[in-house]
Design a protein around this ligand. Structure first.
Ligand SMILES: [Zn+2]
Length: 138
């Protein structure tokens, strides 16, 4: 009787975890493939598709970042699908030459910094990719 209750309890806990996956991190090479969502190739050579909000997808589809080593925080929605946390949580980093870099975009005309690629909202000039040290970025 008690064992049955425990098992039931364990099953419920497992079902609960499946519905709200634990926070996770993926790290590997950023892949951009025609007609497919952006993905990370992990050290074990697994391919994990990445999804997120529009600014996040803007970063993931930025061709200047293809081939970089990317780390993203979020959660797995399937074994090979990862949902990146919203852009304002700064859930993405680049690993470059042994350093962690924050992905930012910079308009050198207006001195305006944004976190997704595209034209500057002020002067419409295309912003420049600017990988920064985390301690430079608040
Ligand atoms: Zn500007």
């Amino acid at each position: 009787m008690r064992l049955g209750a425990l098992l039931l309890c364990g099953c419920l806990a497992a079902a609960c975890l499946a519905q709200s996956p634990k926070p996770a991190t993926v790290r590997g090479t950023l892949l951009q493939r025609p007609g497919k969502p952006p993905a990370i190739e992990t050290a074990g050579h697994g391919i994990v598709s990445l999804d997120g909000d529009d600014p996040t997808k803007g970063v993931l589809n930025d061709q200047r970042l293809a081939g970089f080593e990317l780390e993203a925080k979020g959660r797995f929605i399937a074994p090979d699908q990862f949902l990146v946390d919203p852009i304002h949580t700064k859930a993405m980093f680049i690993h470059k030459d042994g350093h962690v870099k924050v992905i930012t975009y910079w308009c050198d005309v207006c001195s305006i910094r944004t976190y997704t690629p595209g034209p500057c909202w002020c002067c419409q000039k295309e912003t420049l990719l600017d990988l920064r040290d985390p301690d430079q970025d608040q």
